[in-house]
Design a protein around this ligand. Structure first.
Ligand code: UD1
Ligand code: UDP
Length: 384
């Protein structure tokens, strides 16, 4: 029997991090022939991940432009994939998550009547514009998908409520945790010179990562003001802030925090540096989706700079608190975790609601079941 051709399509940093373990798993498979197309929605941040996991894409649409709009990205992904999909004609396209690459790639596959497998399916904030445009990208991709790899039971419940056939849903855990377990090491040596200088025993390190569209402008300025106020108040902390290269983010962050003592503004870090930095940090302040999944496994408190989250499992696990985006919220939440040991200890406990490092293996097994290679449904992920 000839191998079944699976084409994985991704384009941004978080998709690449979470698809990398699956691409490596499919490469080992005796049933599947794995092909990779990247859209290049991100450039440097995508390449950092491809380098770390030693993945060489078969296609690279290289679509990124400085300050690209949602329209630019959607059009360029669709146009670029018309040719790739027409040439490759895979038996399945895999997409991940909720970006514009995800939605446009799922739509392109649908136009060719190629089945779509959606990895990290079923997350919902139930709020149309938060996160924007990711909530709707994820819903639309769910409509286009034929197979849904839900990371958790909650995600499966969301899909069932939308009428998705339970036969087509597999609860797998999140591949983010596969990538994390492959990367975090107690003896890891940082590549970024500024991180080599950090003294984790003497200083409490606060990691900041923020980029969401709904936080551009006034909310991001308020967050930066809050950080500045806290750094001036607590002499034993240092803030490490790898700044997203989007001009809408970078300009505000540099305007408010450049030159501030004990605030390190850095370029985006390689995933191996960032994951190991989180594992040694005191706490994390972020609006990132992926960070909310990684932090519980690392036992690091995350203060989420949003009003709603589509990742309630981390809140239930106690590691994540959704604090909003005002200066007052940032100051009071940080103050509490810096001053009250009990509050800190209550959040800083390692739990794994999002995975056990086996999600890629389960997704590959789900694909074998879907393609009738194995008659038995694979075992599902049960969180703890
Ligand atoms: C995108 C995703 C978002 C995801 C985020 C992860 C959409 C609509 N948004 O948002 O869901 O959470 O990625 O980071 O799909 N840039 C660079 N180099 C890079 C990457 C970005 O210079 O390697 C700059 C460019 O000026 C680019 C801009 O950032 O135009 C915005 O990139 P884009 O992918 O459109 O949006 P993000 O805010 O990164
Ligand atoms: N990350 C990284 N380098 C950084 C900041 C974040 O590798 O400088 C990783 C982080 O560990 C997580 C992912 O990027 O796995 C999250 O991506 P991002 O915040 O860009 O997107 P989101 O998850 O919000 O969609």
């Amino acid at each position: 029997m000839s191998k079944i051709k699976i084409l994985s399509i991704f384009g941004t940093r978080p998709e690449a991090i979470k698809m990398a373990p699956l691409v490596l798993e499919l490469k080992k498979s005796k049933w599947f022939s794995s092909r990779v197309a990247v859209t290049g929605q991100h450039r440097e941040m995508l390449d950092q991940v491809l380098d770390q996991f030693q993945i060489t894409p078969d296609y690279d649409l290289d679509i990124m432009r400085q300050g690209q709009t949602l329209f630019d990205t959607t059009i360029r992904v669709l146009q670029g994939l018309e040719d790739v999909l027409g040439r490759e004609r895979p038996q399945m396209v895999l997409v991940h998550g909720d970006t514009t690459t995800t939605f446009a790639a799922a739509l392109a596959a649908f136009y060719y009547r190629i089945p779509v497998g959606h990895v990290e399916a079923g997350l919902r904030s139930f709020s149309r514009y938060f996160p924007f445009p990711e909530e709707i990208n994820r819903c639309l991709t769910g409509v286009l998908a034929d197979v849904h790899f839900a990371p958790t039971k909650d995600a499966r419940e969301n899909l069932l409520r939308e009428g998705i056939d339970p036969q087509h849903i597999f609860v797998t855990g999140n591949t983010a945790i596969d990538a994390l377990f492959m990367t975090v090491r107690p003896d890891y040596e940082f590549m970024e010179p500024a991180l080599k200088e950090l003294d984790f025993a003497q200083q409490r390190v606060i990691v900041v990562e923020t980029h969401r569209r709904e936080n551009w402008g006034a909310p991001m300025a308020a967050i930066c003001e809050g950080i500045r106020s806290i750094v001036r108040k607590h002499q034993d902390i240092i803030v490490v802030f790898p700044v997203h290269p989007n001009p809408a983010v970078k300009s505000v962050v540099y305007r408010h925090l450049q030159g501030e003592t004990r605030v390190l503004l850095l370029s985006p870090l390689a995933y191996s540096d960032f994951a190991n930095l989180m594992s040694r940090a005191y706490l994390i302040l972020s609006d990132s989706g992926g960070v909310q999944e990684e932090a519980p496994s690392l036992g690091k408190p995350v203060l989420v700079l949003r009003d709603v989250t589509e990742r309630p499992e981390a809140v239930a696990a106690g590691t994540v608190a959704v604090i909003g985006t005002t200066k007052e919220a940032v100051v009071s939440a940080l103050d509490r975790l810096l001053l009250e040991q009990d509050s800190y200890e209550a959040m800083a406990r390692a739990r794994n609601p999002y995975g056990d490092g086996q999600a890629s293996r389960r997704i590959a097994a789900g694909l074998e079941y879907y393609f009738k290679i194995h008659p038995k449904r694979p075992e599902e992920f049960v969180g703890n």
